[in-house]
Design a protein around this ligand. Sequence first.
Ligand SMILES: [Zn+2]
Ligand SMILES: [Zn+2]
Ligand SMILES: [Zn+2]
Length: 164
Amino acid sequence: MQTTERPAPDTARAAAWSDLLRSHGRRVTKQRLAVLDAVDRRPHSTADEVLADVRTSVYVVLSDLTAVGMLRKFEPPASPARYETRTGDNHHHAYCVRCGTVADVDCAVGHAPCLTPSEHHGMQLLTADVVYQGICADCLAAGASREQAAPEQPSAEQPLPAGG
Ligand SMILES: [Zn+2]
Ligand SMILES: [Zn+2]
Ligand SMILES: [Zn+2]
């Protein structure tokens, strides 16, 4: 027996909310519809509860738009996934390992896969994921000024906390 907490999107209800929003002089936006839908399905919600619900729908929308190719998902090492609307151009990313900032890098070749593999294992290769990892200019500058202000001290070894 399957219980579905979330009913299928009710287009009739969404249309009714849209009419009501317009009658109050409000533009119909995804956020307003999502908030109305969340409160409607769970009366007496707190703002945090609405946020949690809308957050869930944001994940669903991101995943869906990525699946159809309207969004590109980039997963930096040890960092949450990032999404962008720049798709289909085989651009790459430069990732700062200190602050996590991500910058686009145009592909020097322009088409995928842009790296010649040493071995293709009989596969038809589609893409080569290129991630440049480094330290961004801001972090380099911050590191340089920190070292000038306070030269690194030899630190005594901290004992690890017991347990865990
Ligand atoms: Zn940085
Ligand atoms: Zn990008
Ligand atoms: Zn490339």
